[in-house]
Design a protein around this ligand. Structure first.
Ligand code: NDP
Length: 491
């Protein structure tokens, strides 16, 4: 097996094996088994949380500037090994190497570097409290939470692991990370790299397994915080379980985000944004702009241009750098997307502009491919316009005026992201201010530099990753009142 790791888990600075159920990782372009692993058993889960609690003491006492140095060293190692890490990510996810070379491990490295810098320059507040000069004041300390659990999804495995590990470790926490069972491999590489960069053994651990392992970690009494990326249903389950013991939670969940194209938009840019926001990573991106609202006066022209460019997308072997779109990640996801293509066509009655079916790619008979699909004449009540599909499926909906489109865009339980294309700068800002979404773009879509906080409103999540904001979600503030004068008491 060409991607078999030394062992299934990375605990206390070492690869370790367990006796739990075995499972396979497959290359979605061929079905080839690339690794066989075992899930963590209860004994290993306990041992790992103990190791993380032990390491937390040393790591929390390490000066912030040194913690930052370790994270930046890890970022450098990731960049040096980007090609290997990208090939592994492509094998595990099926995403084209063209993408993984620039968007996965590299974003993870950016995040480690960013929080390495942020923590090294972090300052807290000094609050003068009046009285005679210097008589009393307060200051704040930023302190870590303790053992944090990270639970990842399968669409951006190493990126998600880094987006959780970097702020957690920067703030002085330790972490136990459980990747998705579908994509277990690159998080193990990250764990080894962090140790090589100087992280104390046990400060970042990786345990494999499915939702039950995630559930056991969330329920563990020594865990202080949980951050999960996944579906709304999982987020609700995790938040409910975390309520016992009042654990902190960060939830990065799904979306059905609006992308609004006004009649004055630069149309080719809007088409580019819509395609990036629906077809990148074979459409398996939580922030995708899957409801593309296009002003009726440019609707037909938009559809013509999007169809022509969509039909030129190169599907193929993800390991070939010329390939622009790979397969879906798993047979389960493939079946789910095909079902939505049928629902859109037959039940909802939307118009298929292009795509709409599975496709086989020469030389890859076992590949889980679907044609990138554009549905037109979609209405707000259709299931394809309301439910997260998580595949390369763009829904295009016509609109007539600004108030109408804002109301329709907001008419969803989700609130992860939103985008607007317009040449009118005032309208761009005005509309974005009215949209109920946590991560927004004007005249582009789906760019997520790590300096920008990322997260959702409404059912799309709680808390933020990246920016400086994530640090607040992995730390607690201690306020200290200092009295330099006498204590005034009525007794
Ligand atoms: P899930 O939400 O089921 O899984 C996300 C992670 O949570 C996985 O690591 C999973 O483990 C784990 N998990 C599942 N149940 C629990 C639990 N009770 N306690 C703790 N951890 C748990 O997503 P799926 O991978 O099944 O994808 C299903 C759908 O979710 C997709 O079709 C898509 O719509 C959406 N999704 C959204 C993402 C986003 O970024 N917002 C990312 C991925 C999916 P395991 O998978 O190993 O069983």
């Amino acid at each position: 097996m060409r991607a078999q790791p030394p062992a299934s888990h990375h605990v206390g600075g070492q690869f370790v094996e367990s006796t739990g159920d075995s499972f396979e990782s497959r290359f979605p372009a061929t079905g080839e088994v690339i690794a066989r692993l075992r899930a963590a058993d209860p004994e290993l889960i306990d041992r790992t949380v103990d190791a993380a609690a032990e390491a937390h003491r040393e790591w929390a006492a390490t000066p912030p500037v040194e913690r930052g140095r370790v994270l930046r060293r890890a970022a450098d190692l990731i960049r040096e090994r980007n090609h290997d890490l990208s090939v592994l990510e492509t094998l595990d996810t099926g995403k084209p190497l063209q993408e993984t070379l620039v968007a996965d491990a590299m974003s993870g490295a950016d995040c480690l570097e960013h929080f390495g810098n942020v923590i090294a320059t972090d300052t807290t507040d000094l609050i003068p409290l009046g009285g005679s000069p210097g008589a009393s004041f307060a200051y704040t300390r930023r302190e870590p939470l303790g053992v944090c659990v990270g639970i990842g999804a399968w669409n951006y495995p190493i990126q998600i692991a880094c987006w959780k590990a970097a702020p957690a470790l920067a703030a002085g926490n330790s972490m136990v990370f459980k990747p998705s069972e579908v994509t277990p491999l690159t998080a193990l590489r990250l764990a080894a790299i962090l140790v090589e960069a100087g992280l104390p053994p046990g400060a970042f651990n990786v345990l494999q397994g499915a939702g039950d392992v995630g559930g056991a970690l969330v329920a563990h009494p020594r865990v202080a915080k949980v951050s999960v990326t996944g579906s709304v249903a999982t987020g609700e389950r995790v938040a409910a379980a975390a309520a016992t013991g009042l654990k902190h939670v960060t939830l990065e969940l799904g979306g059905k985000s609006p992308l609004i194209v006004f009649d004055d938009a630069e149309l080719d840019n809007a088409v580019s944004g819509a395609m990036l926001g629906n077809f990148y990573s074979t459409g398996q991106v939580c922030s995708n702009g899957t409801r593309v609202f296009v002003h009726r006066s440019v609707y037909d022209e938009f559809l013509a241009r999007v169809a022509a460019r969509t039909e030129r997308i190169v599907l193929g072997d993800p390991l070939d750098e010329a390939t622009q779109m790979g397969p879906l990640v798993s047979a389960v996801q493939h079946a789910k997307v095909l079902d939505y293509l049928r629902i859109g066509r037959d039940d909802d009655g939307a118009r298929v502009v292009t795509g709409g079916e599975a496709v086989s790619v020469a030389g890859l008979p076992g590949g889980l491919f679907v044609r990138p699909t554009v549905f037109a004449d979609v209405t707000d009540d259709m299931r394809i316009a309301r439910e997260e599909i998580f595949g390369p499926v763009m829904c295009v909906l016509p609109f007539d005026d600004e108030d109408e489109v804002v109301a329709r865009a907001n008419s969803t339980q989700f609130g992860l992201a939103a985008g607007v294309f317009t040449r009118d700068i005032a309208r761009g800002h005005r509309v974005i201010a009215r949209l109920e979404a946590g991560t927004c773009w004007i005249n582009t879509y789906n760019l997520t530099p790590v300096a920008m906080p990322f997260g959702g409103y409404k059912h799309s999540g709680i808390g933020r990753e990246n920016g400086r904001a994530a640090l607040d979600h992995y730390s607690q503030i201690k306020s200290v009142y200092v009295e330099l004068g006498d204590v005034d008491a009525p007794y």
